[in-house]
Design a protein around this ligand. Structure first.
Ligand code: HEM
Length: 507
């Protein structure tokens, strides 16, 4: 009986165990099968997404693709493609395949580049050769030195904690330069072109802060202007059209070589008098990296261009919009005056100068074009609006920031410049996304804090000193200048000159 009971209990035990094992096996099999099925399904979905890829803008001519339509007016071309093909599409331009991303998340994913397969070298090399005419065989090495040695210095010395050395010097000089505009007859109106009111004082002050008094900023401004305005032609390799700009570039490089010459030849025994830490530390790195004097001068020119150019164009558009709309100008002047009457810190734009802060953000939104261009060194992926998009090795990727800044579902009347668009109202529930103007990730703009600070300071000084009016303010006289069709990288460029009349104010 006992034996029998034992054998039953053993067989019960065996049966129970077997059933358990069986049920576990079945459950595992079900889980495994489901897992495999899900993985298969995911894989299929990935394949579908990868196969679908971005749609290519149709074209007739092989190799040229859409080049002629694009080249005629890049901004219009991007706008039409965005309307027709949406947030991501591909275009063939003279043998190059370019994926255009016009969705904010896609642009962020492109900037962050988590797979590390997208580089800016190819595009940076074009800018380097255009601005500084480096020998093509040196470009890769110089870019490497800039990326690994010079930009980290720039990011550190222009961080909010340390940028004071440069910004305070710019501010002091800017005030003097602006005051000098009406020093002869302070109360009589003076007619000027905007480069004389903004570009020149800013250039002289920027040069003084970066390079000290040994750099002849006064004599080089017109050459800098010529180089800057001729860049689209230089970059598209139209040497005959750009002859004057190319000559100006040559003269600027000679001046910069002369500027560093004695320091360079003496192996940098003493710092160049008045030069910023940023410039001196960068020069020392260039010497250690065995760059030639010519290439070091080229790096300084690139640097000066990066420091000055976008800031000048942004201020150009801000002042131009204000003189077109006297009510907006009046509101901003009132805010600056009210701030001057209190102890409110003018550097803290968010609190004391909230309308000016909004005006600067609105300018950055309105006047930014496509600022992010990358090249796929390997097959890679970015995420656009929640979907994986495959970028093939050898393709370029452009972030169409202008499209993101003109998204009607986010910005009301995006084509218009609205002074208080970014003013946070007490009753407002939605806060607008900040302009995507500085890039992000590894290559985020090293000068973004300095740029906003100096734009703010320029406006405060200028509006406190002068009444600024459009020179042609009669009927039909106030018109925004036409936007240059050729510039699609960085900030919008004007096609026409803008004249203003300034009169010294008594506050
Ligand atoms: C309104 C003015 C400015 C605008 C709109 C602007 C815009 C930008 C953008 C969009 C990038 C990123 C490009 C990319 O992702 O490939 C960038 C990079 C950079 N910017 Fe600016 N910038 C301005 C002012 C300045 C100033 C004042 C400096 C000072 C030197 C500066 C120095 C740089 C540097 C060094 C980089 C390269 C960073 C890197 O690749 O690691 N920028 N800028």
């Amino acid at each position: 009986m006992n034996k029998c009971m034992t054998s039953i209990s053993i067989s019960n035990f065996t049966l129970a165990t077997m059933l358990n094992v069986l049920s576990i096996a079945i459950a595992s099999l079900v889980i495994f099968t489901l897992g495999v099925a899900c993985a298969g399904q995911r894989k299929r979905l990935d394949v579908v997404e990868k196969l679908n890829g971005p749609v290519t803008v149709p074209y007739f001519l092989p190799w040229f693709g859409s080049f002629f339509a694009f080249n005629q007016d890049p901004l219009k071309f991007f706008k039409l493609c965005h309307q027709r093909y949406g947030k991501i599409y591909k275009v063939l331009l003279a043998g190059k395949k370019i994926v255009v991303v016009a969705h904010p998340d896609g642009i962020t994913s492109l900037n962050r580049d988590t797979n590390k397969n997208l580089t800016n070298s190819a595009v940076f090399a074009i800018m380097m050769r255009g601005i500084s005419n480096f020998n093509p065989s040196n470009v890769d090495y110089i870019h490497q030195v800039m990326d690994q040695r010079i930009f980290p210095i720039t990011k550190r010395t222009l961080s909010p904690a340390l940028m004071g050395q440069v910004t305070q010097s710019v501010e002091g000089s800017l005030r003097k330069e602006l005051l000098a505009l009406c020093s002869g007859e302070p109360r009589s109106p003076r007619r000027l072109k905007l480069p004389e009111l903004i570009g020149r004082p800013l250039y002289i002050s920027n040069c003084a802060a970066l390079f000290g008094f040994r750099y002849p900023s006064l004599n080089t401004f017109s050459d800098f202007e010529l180089l800057d305005s001729g860049l689209p032609q230089i970059l598209t390799r139209l040497p005959f059209v750009a002859r004057r700009s190319l000559d100006a570039r040559g003269r600027l490089l000679s001046v910069l070589m002369e500027y560093i010459s004695s320091w360079w030849e003496s192996d940098g025994v003493e710092d160049i008098p008045g030069a910023s830490t940023l410039v001196m530390e960068s020069l020392k790195e260039m010497k250690v990296s065995k760059l030639s004097k010519r290439d070091a001068a080229g790096v300084l020119l690139l640097f000066l261009w990066g420091f000055h150019s976008n800031m000048w164009y942004m201020l150009f558009w801000l002042v131009t919009h204000l003189i077109m709309d006297e009510e907006s100008m009046g509101r901003l002047v009132d805010e600056v005056d009210a701030c001057a009457r209190t102890d409110a810190p003018v550097h803290d734009g968010k609190k004391a100068l909230s309308l000016l802060e909004s005006a600067i953000s609105e300018t950055l939104r309105w006047a930014t074009t496509s600022s992010t261009v990358r090249f796929a060194e390997e097959d890679t992926e970015i995420i656009v609006d929640g979907s994986v998009v495959v970028i093939n090795k050898g393709e370029y990727v452009v972030g169409d920031i202008r499209a993101a800044h003109h998204d009607r579902s986010i910005f009301e009347h995006p084509e218009e410049f609205i002074l208080d668009r970014y003013l946070v109202k007490d009753d407002s529930k939605t806060v607008l996304p900040r302009p995507m103007v500085w890039g992000a990730g590894k290559h985020v703009c090293a000068g973004r804090h300095v740029a906003v600070h100096l734009m703010r300071r320029f406006m405060v000084e200028c509006l406190s000193m002068y009444d600024i009016k459009a020179a042609n303010s009669g009927p039909g006289g106030k018109k925004l200048p036409r936007i240059s069709a050729k510039s699609f990288i960085g900030s919008l460029k004007p096609n026409d000159e803008v004249h203003v009349t300034i009169t010294a104010r008594k506050v």
